[in-house]
Design a protein around this ligand. Structure first.
Ligand SMILES: [Zn+2]
Length: 443
């Protein structure tokens, strides 16, 4: 079936004024001004009221945290006290909670135009050994692409780390379960729906040996590596005291300075570190909302991108955002970027590029993130018919500046997953009711 998405109001693509043609799971043709598809189409979708974007790609999240949004014990705190308040609450997480949290987060992301999501799941209390399996099942049911990161923590308070003893695992347990999920679910081929990445949580919850052995495993199975890095000054201080090095030196010493790795936050780098990260092609996931909520600092997006680093966007976990709206993440990245770089320093084109092509690079994918012939047909379509857009002139700029929140249509791998702003196959009211009930266990 050849579908022509015809005559978009605006589109974030080169020479695609008359739209694009989708066949199977792929974009097969871009239709430029004054042109028509090269061969007949079976169906036409009139996109004259739609702004068409490549599907947005979220490169950092903690789905389980949707159960602890705006938590009274955690609000108005910086990262370390925020974490120590929440760890014991999160330790109550059970499989049925994670399943609902994953379904809710994926649905919420999808409604905002997201077609690929990475989730950093590092919490494996007793009974939740199959957390990764649950996330894969939910992504498959909903039809979104995911990089599910098998997170890990093996340094607890008894070893000088930040998390309590009951939420960490041994290195042996971590590596053997990482291999299990890689063998079961990781698909490195183009067009993959599910990929696995390996993700020791943060310098203050892991050992150096775990970082090194995880990098070796990623090499063996050809998967990406992910962690939190340079989020706060507290973390830098911890690294200097525990390891005698700065966080980026820890990456260098453990085999992480490569295109395989992408880092959440990446705020507190010095100039030499930015140059080294760029040279190595390491990815940085800028989480503007979370960085503002926890008052962590401002990522040096422009310098990192200019140095050669992949620059992507993420909403981060729902206890420090506290929403999972990818369009909002773009707007926040633009706003905070302007505080650092001035009014013309970060444009709507920059944040659209970061949330699509840049995020795809972070996840090690060349098959998604752009509207181009040969790439996967992942699209987000927005209408401008809410009051907030009335009177707007440039439709693409309006999406970001007026604050688009909800996609009208979302396509993943050539199939519509959102139609008229509603997720296909999801009882939204029922899901919210069940998720809200589950959250009661975390009060
Ligand atoms: Zn995070």
């Amino acid at each position: 079936m050849r579908l022509w998405i015809k005559d978009p109001l605006a589109i974030f693509a080169h020479r695609a004024e008359r739209g694009l043609v989708v066949e199977g799971t792929k974009i097969v043709e871009i239709v430029g001004e004054g042109s028509a598809p090269a061969s007949p189409v079976d169906e036409t979708f009139d996109a004259s009221c739609h702004v068409v974007l490549p599907g947005l790609i979220n490169t950092h999240h903690h789905f389980y945290q949707t159960l602890t949004r705006a938590h009274p014990q955690a609000i108005n705190k910086e990262l370390f006290p925020w974490l120590t308040a929440l760890y014991p609450i999160w330790a109550r997480l059970r499989p049925e909670h994670l399943r609902l949290a994953t379904r809710l987060a994926l649905t919420e992301l999808m409604l905002s135009g997201c077609t690929t999501a990475a989730d950093h799941h590092y919490l494996f209390p007793r009974g939740l050994e199959n957390a990764i399996d649950i996330e894969v099942e939910e992504a498959r049911a909903l039809g979104l692409r995911m990089t599910v990161t098998r997170g890990s923590m093996n340094r607890s308070q008894k070893d000088g780390g930040l998390p309590p003893d009951e939420v960490v695992q041994s290195e042996e347990e971590i590596l053997s379960d990482s291999e299990r999920v890689l063998k079961l679910f990781h698909d490195p081929k183009p067009g993959a729906q599910i990929r696995i990445a390996l993700a020791p949580c943060s310098p203050f919850s892991i050992t150096k040996a775990l970082m090194r052995d995880t990098a070796a495993l990623a090499e063996q199975y050809d998967c990406q590596l992910h962690t939190h890095l340079c989020e706060t000054k507290d973390e830098e201080k911890f690294c200097l005291e525990m390891y005698g090095v700065r966080p980026v030196e820890l990456l260098e010493e453990t085999g992480w300075m490569s295109k395989r790795a992408w880092l959440a936050h990446g705020i507190h780098f010095n100039a030499e570190e930015i140059a080294a990260l760029g040279k190595a092609g390491v990815g940085i996931c800028h989480c503007a909302a979370s960085n503002m909520v926890l008052a962590s600092g401002i990522c040096r997006t422009k310098e990192l991108e200019a140095a050669g680093a992949a620059l992507g966007l993420g909403v981060d976990g729902s206890a420090s955002n506290d929403s999972s709206n990818m369009m909002e993440a773009l707007r926040h990245a633009l706003m905070i970027g302007r505080l650092r770089y001035g009014a013309s320093g970060v444009t709507h084109h920059d944040v659209l590029r970061w949330a699509t092509e840049g995020s795809a690079r972070c996840l090690g994918r060349a098959d998604i993130g752009r509207i181009e012939a040969g790439l996967e047909a992942d699209l987000a379509l927005f209408t401008l018919d809410e009051p907030r857009f009335s009177g707007a002139h440039d439709p693409l700029a309006a999406l970001i500046l007026c604050g688009a929140h909800r996609a009208d249509r979302v396509m993943v791998a050539g199939s519509w997953r959102v139609i008229d702003g509603a997720p296909i196959g999801v009882d939204l009211a029922g899901l919210i009711a069940a998720h809200r009930a589950a959250a009661a266990a975390f009060s």
